[in-house]
Write a protein that binds this ligand. Structure first.
Ligand code: PRP
Length: 179
């Protein structure tokens, strides 16, 4: 285990089970359709790749890069689009894939943007939901796991751009972010 991790919250096997269940849900939802799956980079990259590979649906892929932190720990309230989609969402069934819903600002911004651009439908699937941190009234259509208010990293989630490549999700030792 990485020495900065206090404890493992989800092993890679537990994550894989959650991903399989989300993929089965999405396959049922999109039966007979060709959705556009959008990964909100960078945090969702691991979940996105595993999710779309686990889906049987004929899905197209696109990517956006959004950043909601002004510094390493404080939410700005207005997530910035760093990199936009290369595909039109007009008349498409959009499946937005996120690693975590925290304050909810990013999901809210994405839903508004994609709806305003004329998507036929908007559905969100997230790996983690941290409802205790919510600032806006929004909920993902599907979330694999609810998590308590701990600083978690791994499987895409970072602290100061570190730990994204850990295969598990763990709680970061407080001394790391209190330094
Ligand atoms: C994280 C995460 C979500 C967002 C959720 O992204 O990947 O996109 O925060 O938080 P919110 O509900 O409070 O908006 P971040 O801005 O840290 O960028 P990253 O994906 O590059 O890690």
């Amino acid at each position: 285990m990485n020495e900065d991790i206090q404890r493992i919250l989800f092993t890679k096997e537990q994550i894989a089970e959650g991903v399989q269940a989300a993929a089965a849900w999405a396959d049922r939802l999109y039966e007979g359709k060709k959705p556009l799956a959008i990964s909100v980079l960078r945090g969702s990259v691991m979940f996105f790749c595993d999710l779309v590979r686990a889906m049987k649906t004929d899905v197209q892929l696109d990517f956006m890069m959004v950043s909601s932190y002004e510094n390493s720990t404080e939410r700005s309230g207005m997530p910035k689009i760093i990199m936009d989609l290369s595909t039109s969402v007009r008349d498409r069934d959009v499946l937005l894939v996120e690693d975590i819903v925290d304050s909810g600002y990013t999901l809210q911004r994405m839903r508004k943007l994609i709806t305003e651009r004329g998507a036929k439908s908007f559905t969100s699937v997230v790996l983690f939901d941290k409802p205790v941190r919510r600032q806006v009234d929004i909920k993902a259509d599907y979330s694999c796991f609810h998590v308590e208010d701990k600083f978690i990293v791994g499987y895409g989630l970072d602290y100061a751009q570190k730990y994204r490549n850990l295969p598990y999700v763990g709680v970061l030792k407080p001394e790391i972010y209190n330094e």
